[in-house]
Write a protein that binds this ligand. Structure first.
Ligand SMILES: NC(=O)c1ccc[n+]([C@@H]2O[C@H](COP(=O)([O-])OP(=O)(O)OC[C@H]3O[C@@H](n4cnc5c(N)ncnc54)[C@H](O)[C@@H]3O)[C@@H](O)[C@H]2O)c1
Length: 382
């Protein structure tokens, strides 16, 4: 089996999720012709990188991503660092001819994203963004049902929420480890780029492009201490965002995200309503897809809760795992995405979402923030 030498940058939350995927993918997808090799992990925190390498099995460490990119024994770079570094690392990696896998959001804004797209396309290197929710089997099943036309001749509504509650306390700092998401310089935006970006990526995958948006945002805690400088500074991110939109297929979209919904840790839900049927999904119950079909016999008509665990090809990816009835979890979405990437890489195809596709999400995020700023409808540029 051929080897793909990986250099992973950032050994935090996503560093662990991705490494788990890189380690497991060839065992559960043995038909792949290419196996990822944990060649090097890079983190600015040397001790953390050293511990991570020892625990997960990386052959070497680096503390400067530039040195990692200069190494001839690295084929692919996996970017798992805060958003402010995505552009610089991705462009430098492309210029060195490396494969570039990048965490979402693609960048802090679409201007940065456009530079990244130009760089990977100019270099002709394979590239992908980790919008992993597409590869949860229940969500992939939703995509298949929608593409088959099961929902009917027209889609009317798409709605999604992503709710959390971890920044309610004004004592949570901005910037620094773990709280870089509250620092607009590091993150680019708040819930819009962090959480709604996921909802938007899934939405455009399932329901097509968005024409225009009308949004409101709020920053409930106006000032926070910066974890690095210690200074109390204005908060530049959106704590909450809600928007509605028109999809190109004529349906209406409604999206909400906040980190101030007490009791919710990561409640990502979506629902889509068509002429004949509706689909509903909830991250807290990620192995289930709810489906209502008005064409069912009246006596039996109702919401079905499909346990997405069947073998025999009925349910996406599930042949790779256990026996029917046994479910899988969040981490498997990354394994599936890596498997899909390697399959595409072998056959010379682009793996979705690539940088160009992820730029569409970035443009919608920008339009949402601009709409909220100017308090009016905003077209999404194509
Ligand atoms: N796909 C998803 O569901 C998902 C979930 C969480 C985070 N993310 C994305 O993943 C990225 C990382 O988020 P996270 O939650 O893993 O962050 P994290 O804070 O847990 O980890 C980031 C790591 O990067 C290291 N780091 C920071 N700057 C660096 C630099 N210049 N060079 C090398 N290492 C550096 C830090 O020391 C830390 O170990 C972000 O872009 C985030 O939006 C995606």
């Amino acid at each position: 089996m051929a080897k793909l030498n990986l250099g992973l940058i950032g050994c935090g939350f996503m560093g662990r999720a991705h490494t788990n995927a890189h380690k497991r993918v060839a065992d559960f997808f043995p038909d792949l012709e290419c196996r990822p090799v944990l060649q090097a992990v890079c983190d600015v925190k040397e001790e953390a990188a050293r511990r991570f390498a020892a625990q997960w099995g990386y052959a070497s460490i680096e503390t400067d991503w530039r040195r990692l990119l200069d190494r001839s024994d690295i084929d692919a770079v996996d970017i798992c660092v805060p958003n402010l570094y995505h552009k610089e690392i991705a462009i430098a990696a492309a210029e060195r001819g490396k494969i570039v896998l990048c965490e979402k959001p693609l960048a802090r804004n679409s201007a940065e994203g456009e530079e990244m797209v130009a760089a990977v396309e100019k270099a002709g290197v394979p590239n992908m963004v980790w919008y992993n929710y597409r590869r949860i089997p229940a969500v992939s099943l939703a995509k298949a049902l929608i593409d088959e036309g099961k929902l009917g001749r027209q889609i009317y509504h798409y709605r999604a929420n992503f709710l959390q509650d971890w920044t309610i306390s004004p004592d949570v700092p901005q910037g620094g480890d773990g709280t870089w998401r509250l620092d607009v310089q590091a993150a680019g935006s708040g819930v819009t780029g962090d959480l709604l970006a996921h909802c938007i990526d899934t939405a455009i995958w399932l329901n097509g492009s968005v024409n225009d948006v009308c949004a409101m945002t709020e920053t409930f805690v106006k000032e926070r201490k910066h974890a690095v400088s210690g200074a109390v500074q204005p908060v530049g991110i959106d704590d909450a965002c809600a928007f509605f939109c028109h999809f190109a297929n004529g349906s209406l979209g409604l999206f909400e995200s906040t980190r101030y919904a007490r009791g919710h840790k990561a409640l990502y839900t979506l629902e889509i309503n068509g002429t004949d049927a509706s689909i509903r999904w909830d991250l807290h119950d990620l192995h289930r897809l709810e489906y209502f079909d008005h064409r069912d016999e009246g006596r039996l008509r109702g919401w079905r809760s499909i346990h997405v665990t069947d073998h025999g090809g009925a349910h996406p990816y599930m042949d790779r795992w256990w026996v029917p009835g046994l479910q899988i979890g969040y981490e498997h979405s990354f394994v599936h995405q890596m498997a899909d990437f390697l399959k595409c890489y072998q056959s010379g195809q682009a793996c979705s979402p690539n940088f160009r596709e992820a730029l569409e999400t970035q443009r919608i995020c920008d339009a949402v923030l601009e709409s909220a700023r100017k308090r009016g409808w905003q077209d999404v540029p194509r």
